[in-house]
Design a protein around this ligand. Sequence first.
Ligand SMILES: [Zn+2]
Length: 81
Amino acid sequence: MFRVDISTAVFLYMTLSLLVIFLLWIFFEKKSILPKFIREKADVWECSICTHTYVDSTHHEISRCPQCKSYNKRSSKERLI
Ligand SMILES: [Zn+2]
């Protein structure tokens, strides 16, 4: 067995512990795939009367503007976007 003094032993213990924690962190970070927050372009509406831009994901063809309360119809050109 080789001899080490106490400071070298503490240094090796701390370094190896931090290395193990770092490797576990990298391992679990790669496993977790975070969901990306992507707002669908089809949910974004722009009012044709007041040009207010709002999000309505519940309606697909006709939506009501929350600002001026007018109805907006989705045009076929916007749907392709
Ligand atoms: Zn409006």
